[in-house]
Ligand binder design. Structure first.
Ligand code: SF4
Ligand code: SF4
Length: 334
């Protein structure tokens, strides 16, 4: 059965971009070099910054990101440091190329999940979005990780270019031995914020018509599935994670955001200076979080108003949920 996962108030989630460079050039890449630079953090800085966010009094989940985090030669040291600091879970998001022989440098006990990104069930669709050869590399990476005993998850970012292949992921997930499946919605950040074919969000009806049903089928394989809630009906309560949750999106230039939809703009509410987390000057993203509007998420209304729809009284037909609010269907087997 699906359930909405409310924001955790008893854990810190650290989304740590340790570098911004990548070997791929995905059409929907959300990395914005103009805003976040090209730095690769030295391991001493990664360790110091991890120390800022790990506290004995509260659980910390760390997700190492890039760019492609396995291109960082010291990723294995960063993983071990996160373990030494007592992080509750450690995830590495990867495009599957698994550089620097990372699977040989860490053990399954060191990493909770290697999380692979695949945006099509066939090479044709995936490689149109993510680049030639990326399907084969990702599949090979997953098979290698599974064969070495690592837990794996798969992220499928849904757009109009690949929605038609989402149902084909069900047998593929079974074949690969994936442990968790994340369906993501394409966000208007980075390259997909432009006007080209990359800007290809699915419609309200397409989302509700396809996603819950396919998620259920994957869950019946015994794989837990998570996908964004996206739409709230008028009776459902809206909450902004920026106000109620402890999420930190860290970039190598020291910017720290509380909301991923704000990442294309210099409105981060925190930054790391001299290895200390400090507030930035107002006005920043935190001022937006407090605005209470009938459409739900303020950032959505500012950057992607086209996914809103109004009735004849001028009221929104539905609210847009916080992009961090998820539905989860626990894996079940018959
Ligand atoms: S793998 Fe990730 S970081 Fe690399 S280009 Fe694709 S979306 Fe961007
Ligand atoms: S996506 Fe919207 S609701 Fe969620 S943290 Fe950002 S501004 Fe708040």
């Amino acid at each position: 059965m699906k359930k909405t996962v409310s924001f955790s108030k008893n854990a810190i989630n650290v989304f740590f971009h340790i570098l911004t460079s990548c070997n791929l050039k995905c059409r929907h890449c959300y990395i914005n070099i103009e805003q976040h630079g090209k730095d690769k953090l030295p391991i001493s800085t990664i360790n110091a910054w991890l120390g800022i966010f790990t506290k004995k009094s509260i659980k910390t989940n760390v997700i190492f990101l890039g760019g492609e985090p396995t291109m960082h030669p010291d990723l294995s040291l960063a993983i071990k440091k996160a373990g030494d600091l007592g992080c509750d879970s450690i995830t590495v998001d990867t495009n599957g190329y698994l550089f620097n022989d990372i699977l040989s440098k860490v053990k399954p006990k060191d990493v909770d999940y290697f999380s692979f990104s695949l945006d099509g069930a066939t090479p044709k669709t995936n490689d149109w979005i993510r680049g030639k050869g990326s399907y084969d590399a990702c599949i090979a990476g997953i098979r290698e990780a599974v064969s070495r005993g690592f837990a794996t998850s798969l992220i499928y970012t849904v757009s109009r270019a690949n929605l038609h292949e989402l149902s084909m992921m069900v047998p593929l997930i079974k074949d690969l031995g994936i442990h968790r499946f994340f369906i993501q919605v394409i966000g208007l950040r980075g390259k997909s914020a432009g006007d080209g074919p990359e800007k290809s969000q699915v419609l309200h009806s397409q989302w509700l018509g396809a996603i819950p049903d396919i998620a259920q089928k994957v869950a019946e394989l015994g794989v837990t599935v998570t996908y964004p809630k996206v739409f709230l009906d008028s009776k459902e309560e809206f909450e902004c994670a920026g106000l109620v949750a402890k999420n930190y999106f860290i970039f190598p230039n020291g910017r720290v955001y509380r909301c991923p939809l704000c990442e294309d703009f210099p409105i981060h509410s925190l930054e790391i200076k001299n290895s200390k987390l400090v507030n930035t000057k107002r006005i920043n993203e935190s001022d937006l979080f407090k605005l209470n509007i009938p459409e739900g998420c303020v950032m959505n209304k500012l950057i992607q108003p086209e996914n809103l729809s109004y009735n004849k009284d001028g009221m929104p037909e539905y609210k847009i949920a916080c992009c961090l609010l998820k539905e989860e269907i626990k894996g079940t087997t018959h």
